[in-house]
Design a protein around this ligand. Structure first.
Ligand SMILES: Nc1ncnc2c1ncn2[C@@H]1O[C@H](COP(=O)(O)OP(=O)(O)OP(=O)(O)O)[C@@H](O)[C@H]1O
Ligand SMILES: O=P(O)(O)O[C@@H]1[C@H](O)[C@H](O)[C@@H](OP(=O)(O)O)[C@H](OP(=O)(O)O)[C@H]1O
Length: 316
């Protein structure tokens, strides 16, 4: 069989990109996503995580299914032309989708593991403070939303430099735009028409997040700093899903900063996940988006604490 042609993924919404001669992931068009091992120990750390996670007897198969399948490392040419280097071979989570809407949500008020260097701590906290992470316990890292009015292959992709500094209000809004049929690129109020299917169906986002949360309420094996949850769905499939599977996928990615849990609950990830669940639930129960009130949130973090007076959580 001829070797597959490797190319940058068409639907990558965050992280390092192989476009423009830079180092980033490539796909083979046959179902695999190859992520180059990054330097500074990050690549080795992510590789160790995948090896430990998929061989750990205490991780239930149902939880493994929320992670990309791991197929070892492959020596492949680097997309930046720097020669062959090891790549993690992962399931291509987008392989089955033609026009996917995708959002990458970086989970945790705190994005740096304990024992990070001072430089790394400073880099992370500077980015976190520009974002909704300290307040919400998660932030949007990237998003693309299919724009139905403009054709199946037309997407709204806000600039990543804007997305990563989204305020709480902007985060709430994009979670509504994500499940709306009206155009995300206008000032129109998001109609949230697909929220009950995408977020609320029996096999939808909330049901899957609750399953993940139930595991995080018990597991003390790993602490997931700076990992992301990807939400992926196809608008046409969701619109036609009445009584059938919504086809929505929830996946965890990006494990360069996972550390051992040492018998302690991952409060940082669990807190962000709970906050995300609450906001998504609000989209279903309050599609008009009126039930919000101002409250003060205080989230403790490695090396410090963060406080905010912003309007944050939905009233209950
Ligand atoms: N297995 C996968 N299949 C398909 N797409 C993926 C997969 N893993 C990641 N992606 C895409 O690549 C993006 C970046 O992934 P990831 O966070 O792992 O990369 P990264 O370069 O380590 O990111 P960062 O710079 O934020 O640490 C995700 O937002 C998603 O769009
Ligand atoms: O969210 P953005 O805007 O995509 O920014 C990136 C994000 O913060 C990553 O988590 C970080 O990698 P690490 O988590 O591994 O530090 C990366 O650093 P890098 O550019 O130094 O790789 C940033 O560029």
């Amino acid at each position: 069989m001829a070797s597959p042609i490797l190319k940058p993924p068409e639907h990558q919404v965050a992280g390092h990109s192989a476009k423009d001669g830079k180092l980033g992931p490539v796909v083979d068009g046959r179902g695999l996503f190859y992520k180059p091992l990054q330097g500074d120990g990050r690549g080795d750390s992510e590789l160790s995580f995948y090896a430990a996670f998929f061989s750990h007897p205490a991780v239930p198969p149902s939880i493994r299914s929320f992670f990309p399948g791991f197929h070892g490392t492959h020596f492949l040419p680097s997309s930046d032309g720097s020669g062959p280097r090891p790549h993690l071979a992962l399931d291509d989570l987008l392989a089955a989708f033609r026009s996917p809407s995708i959002i990458d949500l970086k989970i945790g008020a705190c994005t740096w593991p304990p024992d990070s260097s001072d430089d790394y701590f400073r880099k992370c906290i500077a980015r976190d403070r520009e974002s909704a992470s300290p307040t919400l316990g998660f932030r949007v890292s990237g998003v693309q939303i299919q724009n139905p009015g403009a054709g199946a292959d037309s997407f709204w992709r806000p600039l990543r430099s804007r997305v990563r500094v989204y305020s709480v209000e902007e985060t709430r809004r994009v979670l509504r735009q994500f499940v709306s049929r009206n155009s995300p690129s206008t000032d129109e109020k998001p109609d949230c028409d697909l929220a009950s299917v995408v977020y609320g169906a029996a096999d939808g986002v909330l049901a899957q997040l609750q399953e993940i949360k139930a595991w995080f309420e018990e597991q003390t094996i790993f602490h997931f700093y700076s990992a992301s949850i990807l939400l992926i769905y196809e608008k046409d499939a969701a619109a036609a899903a009445v009584g059938r599977s919504s086809g929505v996928r929830v996946k965890l990615v990006d494990f360069a900063h996972v550390v051992e849990g040492n018998g302690i609950i991952d409060h940082n990830f669990l807190g962000g996940l709970s906050s995300l669940i609450k906001l998504l639930f609000e989209v279903i129960t309050d599609p008009e988006g009126d039930g919000w009130k101002s409250s003060k949130v205080h989230l403790s973090c490695n090396n410090g604490s963060l406080e905010s007076n912003a309007s944050v959580l939905p009233s209950t």
